[in-house]
Design a protein around this ligand. Structure first.
Ligand code: PLP
Length: 471
């Protein structure tokens, strides 16, 4: 394929995508196919002869589209949103075209240097403490996912704990989080060979937050048992309950006992752009590392998870992960990002961050996040007028996630209502359980969701509620 064929193919694809986006509201949000639907639609073997882009796109329309759950629908309220925007998608094309594997500075100096600059820009927009920025001795790095950030922080924490106790057994290391922390914390301990994870219980009366006293007591018990308390994860915006852990108090306990404090703000962190939301982001100056995904809430398509190390802390990640075989050696190895992540290969993801910051401007980004909060306000207001639903006890809609329950319903009734709502194809949401009760999660944040989409979704939910069998 030469440049002219590529131009033609690229234009066809951009047209296809623009048409897809223009028509997305007409498609069912949740895919309606059954498992195994695709194989009978496609030939059993790859083609012997080349096929045209037109032919392939026709197959996408006919066979792939029905099997898509449309995360880009403005009435997608499932899990957490996966944002995308024309600037980000365009930047991603450039990233794919350059296709540099930017593990080291020399592998493409611009990729490393733009990443460092963009992480400073973005960190400043989020009002992060100076100690996370390069000017304050901090280090920003783009991971692929929040899960990787949690793992990298754990590996750094373990390296630090072991360096301080060279004679000790690494199997004694203990990590802590709440029962509302994302499952990726548990997975990080599995991967890192950390056998002790204390999952501390939370309660509705405390807003499902990690309690400093419970952390202190667990640490004391582990110290008494001869173990090595090492790492604690707090969450700003838990996945199932929208809780904001008391980061300053958790950080104080961590500091007292020499634990590494990591903060996971995977989906909620982008609210830090707003001056009026700063109270949710207190205490970050006391923690060792912080992570948020602009892919969940800020116009960047997957993947791009922004992680910062406080001053001096990145050295521990390097201690854990640095490896430079002869063929990767060069005169500026100390700048390599390969040593702050698990895989070797890495994409030029900073382009996406750079494009959105430039093409929306800080003002545009703030307006984007404010719209999400306005959509949340609209939904909460509608919910308040419907006595058959209640906001889940112990939760407060704050950062774009509303957790609510079908009042007085059995589990089967709640599940049936959720299925009926999703089966309409008009909107999509998922559930979790809080204190054993089925809880609907209305996660607002798809790129194009506007208040009128909330009202439309609400009307469908009410229709299904009215139609539900009465017990
Ligand atoms: N942390 C929180 C609070 C999340 O909500 C999620 C996913 O929704 C994750 C971590 C995992 O994100 P990732 O897919 O980027 O690993």
């Amino acid at each position: 394929f030469g440049p002219e064929e590529w131009r033609k193919m690229g234009h066809a694809m951009v047209d296809f995508i623009a048409d897809y986006q223009a028509g997305i509201e007409q498609m069912p949000v949740r895919s309606q196919v059954q498992p195994g639907y695709l194989r009978p639609c496609l030939p059993a073997e790859a083609p012997e002869q080349p096929e045209s882009i037109e032919h392939i796109l026709a197959d996408v329309s006919q066979h792939i589209m029905p099997g898509m759950t449309h995360w880009q629908s403005p009435r997608f309220f499932g899990w957490f949103s996966a944002n995308v925007s024309p600037p980000s998608l365009t930047a991603d094309m450039l990233c794919g075209a350059f296709n540099v594997i930017a593990f080291s500075w020399i592998a493409s100096p611009a990729a490393t240097e733009l990443e460092a600059i963009c992480m400073d820009w973005f960190g400043k927009l989020l009002n992060l403490p100076e100690s996370f920025l390069s000017t304050g001795g901090g280090t920003g790095v783009i991971q692929s996912t929040a899960s990787e950030a949690t793992l990298v922080a754990l590996l750094a924490a373990k390296a630090r704990a072991m360096q301080e106790r060279p004679a000790e057994d690494g199997h004694k290391v203990v990590a802590y989080c709440s029962d509302q922390a994302h499952s990726s914390v548990k997975k990080a301990t599995m991967v890192a060979g950390v056998h002790h994870l204390r999952v501390l219980p939370t309660h509705a009366k405390d807003g499902y937050t990690l309690q400093p006293d419970a952390l202190e007591a667990a640490i004391q018990a582990d110290l008494a048992a001869g173990l090595i308390p090492c790492y604690v994860v707090s969450t700003i915006g838990t996945t199932g309950s929208c809780a904001v852990d008391p980061v300053p108090d958790i950080a104080a306990v961590a500091q007292r006992h020499g634990l590494w404090a990591h903060v996971d703000a995977a989906w909620a962190g982008t609210s830090g752009l707003l001056p009026e939301m700063q109270h949710y982001f207190q205490g970050l100056d006391k923690v060792d590392s912080y992570d948020t995904n602009p892919t969940k809430g800020l116009l960047i398509n997957f993947d791009c998870s922004c992680m910062w190390f406080r001053e001096g802390r990145a050295a521990w990640a390097r201690e854990a992960l640095s490896l430079t075989p002869e063929y990767l050696r060069h005169h500026a190895n100390e700048l390599d990002y390969k040593d702050l992540q698990v895989p070797l290969g890495r994409k030029f993801r900073a382009l996406k961050l750079w494009f959105i910051m430039r093409m929306y401007g800080a003002e545009g980004l703030r307006a984007y996040v404010r719209n999400r909060l306005e959509c949340q306000r609209v939904f909460v207001e509608l919910l308040a007028g419907e006595p058959r639903f209640i906001i889940a006890p112990g939760t407060t809609p704050t950062l774009g996630l509303v957790c609510f329950q079908l009042a007085g319903a059995s589990e089967a009734e709640a599940e049936a209502l959720l299925e009926a709502i999703n089966a309409t194809g008009k909107l999509f949401l998922v559930h979790t359980k809080l204190d054993g009760v089925i809880t609907f999660r209305f996660a607002i944040g798809a790129t194009n969701t506007q208040p009128h989409h909330i009202r439309e979704a609400w009307a469908v939910m009410q229709q299904q509620l009215d139609a539900a069998p009465k017990n």
